[in-house]
Design a protein around this ligand. Structure first.
Ligand SMILES: O=C(O)CCC(=O)C(=O)O
Ligand SMILES: [Fe+2]
Length: 205
């Protein structure tokens, strides 16, 4: 059995208890490299756009809030490099529904690329007028990330997002899961380009 499948029950317990969990080696290094190369190929092809802030019509690019560019994964057309990701996310979703009764019906996922110097200010992933997003999941695609590279995900553990936090390095293969409505978080500036696939598991809105 694959390591992730074996450890899944303990991750689910942790998520139930704390509302967040870090899963290392969600995919193996070769799978992570393939995903990063797929992302880089699409960036090169001009398929990314600067990520916005706010919803739908109110979306705007705000350089002072976030620096990343994104490209949504196409759920109808899984690329070979994305296949392991989709498979594991499906397993995760099934386990979350079976054990935590989260009622997840679908997911939305995008590649995210932060250029060197990039960041994302403190925010919540759930929009005020829409409670569809249940679990945020961020998978990092960075090889050999060093402490000095910065770029940590800062996750505040208190409800106001002002006191206690954890800094989580965006190490390749690492998946971070947290309750979307509950956790304030930010991306610290990084000194090198920073890659991820970020997604949200959603209930019907
Ligand atoms: O990349 C990360 O660590 C977090 C990204 C994030 O917060 C977002 O895209 O909403
Ligand atoms: Fe976020």
């Amino acid at each position: 059995m694959h390591g992730f499948e074996q450890a899944l029950p303990s991750y689910i317990d942790r998520l139930a208890e704390d509302g967040w969990v870090v899963v290392d080696d969600f995919l193996n290094p070769a799978q992570i490299r393939a995903l990063r190369e797929e992302g880089a190929r699409r960036l090169e092809a001009g398929e990314f756009h600067r990520a916005g802030v706010g919803r739908a019509q109110q979306q705007s690019v705000r350089d002072d809030i976030r620096s990343d560019a994104v490209r949504w994964l196409d759920p109808q057309q899984h690329q070979p490099a994305e296949q392991p990701y989709w498979q594991q996310i499906e397993q995760l979703q099934a386990a979350l529904n079976a054990h935590l009764f989260l009622g997840i019906r679908e997911g939305e996922f995008h590649y995210a690329h932060y250029p060197a110097g990039g960041f994302y200010q403190r925010h919540l992933d759930r929009f005020r007028d829409n409670d569809a997003r249940v679990i945020s999941c961020v998978l990092y695609l960075n090889e050999d990330w060093q402490e000095a590279d910065g770029g940590q995900l800062r996750l505040w553990l208190d409800a106001e997002g002002s006191r206690e936090y954890r800094d989580i390095a965006p190490q390749g293969g690492r998946l971070v899961l947290f309750r979307s409505e509950r956790f304030w978080h930010a991306v610290q500036p990084a000194s090198r380009p920073r890659w991820s696939v970020t997604g949200w598991l959603r209930r019907a809105s």
